[in-house]
Design a protein around this ligand. Structure first.
Ligand code: 5GP
Length: 220
């Protein structure tokens, strides 16, 4: 893909990266993910499979692939997941094939997965993974967001508040931390991280030949 990294006429291609956003529920990660996909060309969202019930407003194939437990376990057995984990008593997994196809085509892939999945991706894909942890500005803000979202019952929200503490404790395994106090500012931070990571020298394939060619012309 020529995305202006080293210039679109250079023959320099870019190796796709795996961009992971994690956070406790209610920290704004889903909103940030949607904004990123809308505004960053060539960024593709990984759609996970889950055994949890569909929430109002969710769309099959856009938000998740909703599958039952036997189907999920069959997919695990067939090696169809790049990673999978139990989260809130349900199973969530990242289908392997679309991710591999996107990366092979030089596109970047965005993952909205928990810390367990991030760890598995990191151990499989190493430096191709860039991870960002989103923190809420306060417990009050987190609670407020979970209630205004109002997609879950009160018991579910209470459970999520409790689990938010556990999830947050894994912040130190991430490359970048963004506190989401203001969605516009947080988006700008996440977008800048992605852009800077795209421009890393080791992700730009063919730079040697590009620079050699220019030097030959300059010396010629
Ligand atoms: P929710 O049910 O609110 O959509 O998601 C609950 C949690 O599961 C979130 O923290 C989300 O990041 C995580 N999650 C969603 N998809 C996956 C996945 O494919 N793998 C893993 N490990 N976690 C996921």
């Amino acid at each position: 893909m020529s995305d202006g990294a080293a210039g679109s006429h250079s023959g320099v291609e870019r190796r796709g990266l795996m961009f992971v956003l994690s956070s406790p529920s209610g920290a704004g990660k889903t909103t940030l993910s949607r904004m990123l996909v809308e505004q960053m060309p060539g960024l593709q969202m990984s759609v996970s499979a889950t055994t949890r019930p569909m929430r109002p407003g969710e769309v099959e194939g856009r938000d998740y692939y909703f599958v039952d437990r036997p189907k999920f376990d069959k997919m695990v057995g067939a090696g169809e997941f790049l990673e999978w984990a139990n989260v809130f008593d349900n199973r969530y997994g990242t289908p392997r094939a679309p991710v591999e196809a996107a990366l092979a085509a030089g596109r970047d892939v965005l993952f909205d997965i928990d810390w367990q999945g991030t760890q598995q991706l990191r151990s499989r894909a190493g430096s191709d993974v860039v991870s960002v942890f989103i923190l809420p500005p306060s417990v009050q803000a987190l609670e407020h967001r979970l209630h205004t979202r109002a997609q879950d019952s009160h018991e579910v929200i209470r459970g999520r508040m409790k689990k938010a503490g556990d999830e947050m404790s894994h912040f130190d395994a991430y490359d970048y931390i963004v506190v989401n106090d203001n969605i516009g500012v947080a988006f700008e931070s996440v977008r800048s991280i992605l852009r800077a990571e795209q421009l890393k020298r080791e992700r730009q394939v063919g730079l040697d030949a590009f620079v050699r060619g220019m030097r030959q012309q300059l010396e010629g």
